[in-house]
Design a binder for this molecule. Structure first.
Ligand code: GLN
Length: 190
């Protein structure tokens, strides 16, 4: 059985665990560096939350470089919302970068800070129409040519994949639709 870690230092990690349970995938929380190094991981999920806070905690817990190297070495990773920002090599409206492993440029709080939360149906390549829930979400402003665009909404990229890395601007873990997690587990965590 595949074992998926969920980064559990801030944000909406419980919802990801619930979805993985529904998919009958073993999951455990990643709270400290030893959780990264001592366990066999088939993949990791970086949840939504506040990217500045998660980024700061990754440094304080001495986890950032370790996690970054594991992703560079091929660990499958799925970043939602703040998780997308953590993986981006650039943030157009912020000077920070965090794990900086994926050739995307993200725009933080791209739909506005206050009224930036909404749900809609959107088309996800290879899956079809799924509910997409956005909460003060980023979108992807540009990518390198090696990034596969998986979903767009009003001409903005909201889901993409590059090799072992999958990101969504929206929160599939906040809906009852399991398809994006299933895509991650079955297509990337191989
Ligand atoms: N606005 C948050 C950030 O910039 C992301 C919001 C979320 O993950 N729901 O990190």
């Amino acid at each position: 059985n595949k074992k998926i870690g969920v980064l559990a230092i801030q944000g909406a990690f419980q919802e990801h665990k619930d979805i993985l349970r529904e998919l009958n995938v073993d999951c455990f929380e990643i709270r400290q560096k030893s959780d990264l190094t001592n366990k066999v991981l088939d993949g990791i999920i970086l949840p939504g939350g506040e990217s500045t806070v998660i980024g700061k905690l990754l440094n304080e817990l001495d986890m950032r470089t370790q996690l970054q190297q594991m992703i560079i070495d091929g660990l499958p990773v799925f970043g939602t919302c703040a998780g997308l920002i953590l993986l981006a090599k650039g943030i157009v409206n912020d000077d920070n970068v965090y794990l900086s492993t994926m050739d995307i440029k993200a725009r933080r709080n791209a739909y506005g800070r206050q009224l930036g939360s909404f749900s809609t149906l959107g088309d996800f390549n290879g899956i079809g129409l799924i509910p997409m829930t956005f909460i003060r979400a980023p979108y992807i402003e540009s990518t390198s040519s090696s990034v596969e665009i998986l979903a767009t909404l009003s001409d903005h990229i909201v889901a993409a994949r590059q090799k072992n890395m999958l990101v969504t601007s929206f929160h599939p873990e906040l809906t009852s639709n399991l398809s994006v997690h299933s895509f991650f587990v079955n297509q990337l965590c191989i």
